[in-house]
Design a binder for this molecule. Sequence first.
Ligand code: PEP
Ligand code: MN
Length: 356
Amino acid sequence: MDLKQSETIKNLLIQGNKVMIVVMKNGASPGEIAETVKRIKALGLKAHVIEGTERTVVAAIGEKREEMKEALESGDGVEEVMPILAPYKVASLEVKPEPTVVTAGSLSVGGKALGIIGGPCSVESEEQIMNSARVVKAAGGTALRGGAFKPRTSPYSFQGMKEEGLKLLAAARDETGLAVVTEVLATDDVDLVANYADVLQIGARNMQNYRLLEAVGNTDRAVLLKRGASATMDEFLLAAEYILNEGNPNVMLCERGIRTFESHTRFTLPLASVTYLHHKTHLPVVIDPSHGTGHAYMVPDMAVAAVAAGADGLIIEMHPNPPEAMSDGYQSLTPEQFDQTLARCKTVAGAIGKSL
Ligand code: PEP
Ligand code: MN
């Protein structure tokens, strides 16, 4: 199918239609196409002929039944019949076969160059975030992370510097040119955070906060959507769908580990998610080896492995002084470790035809 055809199918799907695609053979005659349309109508479905540069496809629209596929496939000039099965429609590769490249300021994720987001879990002070930004920049990172609104398990833990933290992130961007990635916790805060951030992070705890997903979908900011700790891949992709459906195409999917019976790591980091997601969606995939392991000593190897697995980007926690961190210090790299990790990632990226 060519791009124009997939765009037409996408439009049909966005309108809420159930669609089955009848792909005609290259060079199918007008008579065979007309016959296919007749067969589709006889099954009680609507037919929509979509001409292409190479071949014609006919969208069969309506409630489909199992036997319809066979009935249509036996028609003269028919190459194959593809039911659109993915429950996520706009995120699906069936609808957009070429990868999406998300760009937000200095950050680009989804192309040949890896997007590397580094920085502390939380913004803590001007000195801390400025130092972090300089380290990220010098090491070859392409964006700065730092939470100003923190989703903490305990209400007694540090909750973030809020707007003051956002201002510090913006100042760090002014100095270094690094795009700012920061979490938005609540629908009410979306406008405020979008005022300062280049990328809005939706945290794992909020992956299924549908009103929040819609709200970020209505901004012109890129979104880093983290996988919920117990979300299935379908749930993850459908969450992305909420954002895309509001008209925001700039969504990055972030695998940050899931909860399993295992306790040697904070979460279990499935790197197979990279391959699976690339098989199902055109959206770029970012790996978070920091939350995915919960131990600083494991982060470098998992970062390198993620690059080898084909991840489009990484988000890594780095703190100028991890033992003093107000959140997630135990999984934060020191500046030196961060620098060394990126150097290793660069070597692997080069070996698989990518750059950093
Ligand atoms: C974070 O990035 O610091 C964070 C809270 O991430 P997650 O939502 O993946 O736990
Ligand atoms: Mn964190």
